[in-house]
Design a protein. Structure first.
Length: 179
């Protein structure tokens, strides 16, 4: 499936917003709380939005890739963001498996699919980031190490999925960018 100008605009806007918010407020949130949930919340809500907006396989993956490039350009030390690149691919595939008609349904099925994709993708991000990019002392302080870190990412993903659903339903109710 090819991307048209509308799709590329959606991908670009969501990726840029993700990168800017992550670079601007992500480090401050991490320093205040040491909780890895804000980037998940931002990223998943935008991945849900771009998936709803385009309904094309590859849109969420490309959003994650562009956000990664922008993030690394703005903050070269944030190599851990590669975990979110993989998470965006997992989100993309998970949303596509049942078909967009079902996964973006306005009922409980759609909510369930968005939340499942959000949780799965951010758990994957947490495992990747915790395993390859975090110092063991940061994540192992008696809380279960990488598993606990991944669960925290999953919580952020669930909150991001809820935010994404709120954004989508709000746009649908106002007939903005109808899917």
């Amino acid at each position: 499936m090819r991307f048209n100008v509308k799709d590329l605009a959606a991908i670009s806007l969501c990726a840029a917003l993700w990168a800017i918010l992550n670079v601007m407020i992500g480090p401050a949130f991490w320093n205040m709380t040491h909780l890895p949930i804000l980037c998940d919340m931002i990223g998943i809500s935008l991945l849900a939005l771009v998936t709803w907006w385009t309904r094309k396989l590859g849109a969420a993956s490309l959003t994650g890739m562009v956000a990664t490039v922008l993030n690394l350009a703005l903050s070269p030390s944030s190599i851990h963001f590669l975990g979110f690149t993989v998470a965006s691919i997992v989100f993309d595939v998970t949303m596509r498996l049942p078909g967009y008609k079902m996964s973006l349904d306005k009922g409980i099925k759609g909510v369930s699919f968005i939340l499942a994709a959000s949780l799965l993708s951010t758990l994957v991000a947490g495992v990747i980031i915790g395993t390859f990019f975090m110092a063991p002392a940061i994540i192992s302080g008696g809380y279960g190490g990488v598993v606990f870190f991944a669960i925290l990412h999953g919580v952020g993903g669930l909150v991001g999925g809820i935010l994404g659903i709120v954004f989508i339903r709000g746009l649908e109710s106002r007939h903005v960018f109808p899917g």
